[in-house]
Design a protein around this ligand. Structure first.
Ligand code: ADP
Length: 559
């Protein structure tokens, strides 16, 4: 036990205090006693000094132990309160213990005082140990919650500065007083560590100050990838502009590097407004937060990088569409002029050559258009443009584009659609593109036989069972949810069942050696599927290897 215990003794009789001193001295316990006997003196004593123990007589002329105990619990809750009384009965003493007194000793058995004191100290130590452990557990819990909150913010891909501001807010969990915190980012080109976000600082002023002062300390943290502690940055000789820190009242500094994939990305700094010694635990917590900040920054930079890469890709495609497509269109124009004899007579051989040139140029343009369309689908820049249109007009127009058959194959293209008026509301251009791709494939993969295009209306409830209305003539636009089915059937090479599930994938071709003979890039059906989805429709494939194919697209007749 430490020497000279400070004891506040609530006692009217000085000789009882002497007796207590003697009882303790007998056990080698030195102490300093302050005797008080009124409420005012008791309160004043507790307010002015700290005591190791409080002894109290139960009743005094103008005061009593229960009232004193209430005051002691409020003003000095950790100080053991021992009832040292002569007249008190067992029952009364027990009542007081229930209210929070530590122990009691009757005056004629003061020799027990040392044992009681030792026990009181032991129990007080255990209590404060328990309280510290509880506080620690609570603090850890709060930190874990904070880290979860930050993780969630990162996962939700919130704006980077919002994530970092939340993170800076959480730094206060390791500090009993408000701290100033900042995140700065290393600019790889200039080598400077530039301001990003701060807390408890005037942000505009901070940015200006940081622009004016070189980031020596932050640079060092980035280079060494190690934390740095400065006890007083206002007086530290390494501080470039001590005045700035004096004006902001910043004293102690702790900076930790933000490291992602082994590279320093910046610095997370904490400043206190009073001189403070950062303990290992605080440094470790800041490191954990720094890891989170680094992840958030890394994600944001990756995202920026991806967005930039996408922009570059879009720009490239923009250039491609103009720089490659435009000359091709000019080429097509001249081929047409030559072929039509507008630039002089063309013999049969030359005409054949021009026809081949024309076919190649058209293939090229189609391929470029397909790739551009695919990237637009990927970039989600494709929109639906619904209009009310006459179905037969759309099909008549589509049919007219297949009038001139340059193919020398023995394939007949047949059309079957009702000619009676039937208005549907859909995106006509997308629908035409779907049918174009299906018909072109059917023609491409069929060497002999027919390619048949048939169109019919289906009642909504019948779509699943595949029952049709008698014909489009019975179609009534006022009826809700009618469907229109477009079937493209060919007698070509067919598609083996195992490949059906991949057939609409991007760049998928059933058999590369075979399709190479047929040409194409494997994007036609991908576009068909995406556009059918866009129009709210469905697509089905019936096909077997060597037995021809049928692609059936069903779309709602109203948007
Ligand atoms: P592409 O025709 O440019 O190769 P598509 O996406 O239009 O790309 O078609 C993907 C693949 O599906 C084709 O390469 C072909 O193997 C197969 N395919 C598509 N339509 C038919 C068809 N009507 N008959 C046989 N195979 C087909």
């Amino acid at each position: 036990m430490k020497d000279a215990l400070r004891i506040l003794h609530l006692e009217a009789n000085p000789s009882d205090v002497d007796a207590a001193v003697a009882a303790l001295a007998a056990e080698g316990i030195a102490c300093e006693f302050l005797r008080v006997e009124t409420r005012a003196d008791f309160v004043a004593a507790l307010e002015q000094s700290r005591f190791d123990l409080i002894f109290a007589e139960y009743s005094l002329p103008n005061f009593d132990a229960p009232s004193a105990l209430a005051i002691a619990i409020e003003k000095s809750p950790d100080t053991p309160f021992i009832l040292v009384s002569g007249t008190v009965g067992e029952q009364t003493a027990v009542e007081l213990l229930k209210k929070g007194a530590t122990d009691y000793v009757v005056k004629h058995r003061l020799f027990k005082l040392p044992i009681v004191i030792r026990r009181a100290f032991r129990e007080a130590a255990e209590r404060s140990e328990r309280r510290r452990a509880e506080e620690k557990a609570e603090q850890n819990l709060q930190r874990i919650r904070a880290l979860h909150e930050i993780e969630n913010a990162i996962a939700a891909a919130l704006d980077l500065s919002d994530v970092l501001r939340l993170l800076l807010e959480k730094i206060e969990l390791f500090s009993p007083f408000p701290v100033v915190a900042t995140v700065r980012l290393l600019n790889r080109e200039s080598g400077e560590v530039e301001p990003l976000v701060c807390r408890n600082l005037d942000e505009a002023e901070w940015r200006i100050n940081k622009k004016r002062t070189p980031s020596g300390r932050a640079k060092r943290i980035c280079e060494t990838k190690a934390s740095l502690v400065v006890r007083n940055i206002q007086t530290d000789p390494q501080t470039f502009n001590q005045e700035v820190y004096r004006q902001c009242g910043l004293v102690s500094f702790l900076g930790v590097p933000l490291i992602a994939k082994g590279h320093s990305m910046g610095v997370l700094s904490v400043y206190t407004k009073m001189e403070h010694e950062f303990c290992q635990e605080e440094i470790e917590f800041l490191y954990t937060l720094a890891d989170q900040a680094a992840i958030a920054i890394h994600n944001a930079q990756l995202y920026d990088g991806m967005a930039r890469a996408n922009r570059v890709k879009d720009e490239f495609l923009g250039v491609m569409s103009h720089e490659l497509r435009t000359p091709l269109i000019v080429l097509l124009g001249y081929i047409g002029l030559l072929k039509d004899g507008m630039m002089g007579e063309v013999n049969k051989q030359q005409e054949n050559a021009l026809e081949k040139l024309l076919a190649c140029a058209l293939d090229e343009i189609n391929m470029i258009n397909t790739i551009i369309l695919t990237t637009q689908i990927e970039a989600r820049t494709i929109t639906r443009e619904y209009r009310s249109l006459e179905l037969s007009d759309l099909l008549d127009h589509l049919r007219s584009t297949y009038k001139v058959q340059t193919d020398k194959k023995d394939v007949k293209l047949t059309w079957s659609y009702p000619t009676a008026p039937a208005r549907i509301t859909t995106d006509g251009e997308k629908l035409k593109q779907i049918l174009h791709n299906l018909i072109n494939n059917a023609l491409k993969f069929t060497d002999k036989g027919t390619v048949a295009v048939t169109v019919r209306a289906l009642a909504a409830s019948k779509v699943d069972q595949g029952s049709e209305l008698s014909s489009l003539d019975s179609y009534d636009a006022s009826k809700q949810r009618m469907w229109v089915e477009f079937r493209v059937t060919d007698t070509g090479i067919g598609i083996s069942k195992e490949t059906h599930r991949f057939i609409f994938d991007k760049f998928y071709q059933v058999d590369s050696s075979q399709t190479r003979a047929y040409g194409g890039v494997g994007l036609g059906l991908y576009i068909v599927k995406k556009f059918t989805d866009l129009l709210g429709g469905q697509i089905e494939l019936e096909s077997e290897s060597g037995k021809g194919s049928t692609f059936a697209v069903t779309i709602p007749s109203q948007s």
